[in-house]
Design a protein around this ligand. Sequence first.
Ligand SMILES: [Zn+2]
Length: 85
Amino acid sequence: MKCHYIYTQDGLKVLIPGCMAVAVSGDIQDCTCRNELTERQFERKEYNDTVKALRKEIKELEEENAELNHIIEKLTTKWKKNTKA
Ligand SMILES: [Zn+2]
């Protein structure tokens, strides 16, 4: 749970810390709750980052493959011309 305030029956405002930063300082300004990912969110982020990195790698390999195919094609054409002569 994120840091929040509760009000007692006496009308007192009481800070309920949700993160270590606020638990230590007692100041909600130091709250880091929004930056903290739950374990599930973290795993999901990790997963998405990995998928993204792999997709990028695939794209680069496809580009390299296309480039190499182009070179092979050129060389084959050259070789065919040379063998005919
Ligand atoms: Zn907090």
